[in-house]
Design a binder for this molecule. Structure first.
Ligand SMILES: *Cc1c(COP(=O)(O)O)cnc(C)c1O
Length: 352
């Protein structure tokens, strides 16, 4: 470690992303990317913007945020754009955690990393035995509450009424709901932002809009929260979203038909794949996301993970307490998933 690094940062445990192989020889089901390309209209918009690259991007993200606000039916002063939603989450952890943060033991791996980075006191609240989240565990917890809904990597969702209860029992605490996967079947809480000034919704274009590589995230909340996020952004990187990405995001929202088609396909393929996995003896959580969280009663997840890799299929395995026998498998195309099922059949026959 360089002696120039601040002591405060020497003990960081950075986030470990899923593998991004440099060759195309794998079926990639390990980072919850969308198997479908972005909207063709988004691709055209990017090409048009490329001509303007000599100019800085719009620091106010005005066109994109106009369209996003209309899409959610909220005021123009209630939306914020960022370089991926991880950037919004970084701002949130940096800016809104005076009293510390609270989140689940099994959830998005970036939450504890941010606490580490910004020196935030984190209260870890265990999920129930079946990985469901009891909102009552967070009532009057006197910290900033961060919930991924649906949760990663379990795929389980909390319904809107439960989030409402949580907001009512935490009038003096901020509740951040990370809706990265909400478009794949869960209930969004965006419409509660008009009613609750302690709610901030965080979202991304990486999953349901097929724009992971463009890096585009957003937040929706009351005017005061958005003003605060802008204070942080303009103290860090006013041009946080590049102009090609803004154009891609705007065109993607407007192409509703393509969005509905691709997310419908992913939901159908998730259901089909879960059923096929169950026929092979796997158990699956009731995932509302674009991934499946699954366990085999007889064969260790680590073994399946390794053997799938040898068969050319990348999935995610977390060597972590409570979930070390589970695999998180992103939903690809139907062909991808049928290839996966065939590979699993061979692995099961070899291992039993
Ligand atoms: C993928 C993911 C994100 C990050 O999305 P980016 O916009 O690509 O930074 C945020 N939260 C959760 C729970 C995710 O799984």
């Amino acid at each position: 470690m360089s002696g120039f690094l601040c002591k405060r940062l020497a003990g960081l445990n950075p986030y470990v992303p899923g593998e991004q192989p440099k060759t195309g020889k794998y079926i990639k089901l390990n980072t919850n990317e969308n198997p479908y390309p972005p909207s063709p209209k988004a691709v055209e918009a990017v090409c048009r913007q490329a001509d303007n690259l000599r100019l800085y991007s719009d620091p106010d993200c005005a066109i994109f945020l106009d369209v996003l606000a209309r899409h959610f039916g909220v005021g123009r002063d209630m939306v914020f754009a960022s370089n991926g939603s991880d950037e919004t989450l970084a701002f949130v952890f940096q800016a809104f955690t005076e009293k510390g943060a609270a989140f689940a033991d099994i959830t998005y791996g970036f939450f504890p990393v941010f606490c580490n980075l910004y020196n935030i006191d984190a209260k870890i609240v265990p999920l129930r035995e079946d990985f469901s989240l009891a909102v009552q565990d967070y009532y009057d917890i006197d910290r900033t509450i961060v919930i991924a809904n649906p949760n990663a990597p379990t795929g389980l969702a909390v319904n809107k009424n439960d989030i409402r209860g949580l907001l009512e029992h935490n009038k003096n605490n901020l509740v951040v709901v990370d809706e990265a996967y909400v478009d794949f079947g869960a209930e969004s809480c965006v419409e509660l932002v008009g009613e609750f000034d302690n709610l901030l919704i965080v979202g991304t274009f990486s999953k349901s809009y097929s724009l992971a590589g463009a890096r585009l995230g957003y937040a929706v909340g009351c005017h005061e929260l958005i003003t605060a996020l802008n204070r942080v952004k303009f103290s860090f990187n006013p041009y946080n979203v590049n102009s090609m990405t803004l154009a891609a995001g705007t065109a993607s929202i407007l192409d509703k038909e393509y969005f509905e088609y691709t997310r419908g396909e992913i939901i159908k393929t998730r259901i089909l794949t879960s059923n096929l996995l169950r026929e092979l003896g796997f158990s699956c959580t009731n995932s509302m996301a674009n991934f499946i969280f699954t366990e085999h009663p007889d064969i260790r997840a680590e073994v399946i993970f390794q053997k799938l890799r040898e068969s050319g299929v990348l999935v995610r395995w977390f060597n972590k307490k409570r979930i070390s026998n589970y695999l998180r498998i992103s939903v690809g195309t139907t062909d991808d998933m049928l290839f996966l099922i065939d590979a699993l059949k061979i692995i099961i026959s070899e291992e039993s």
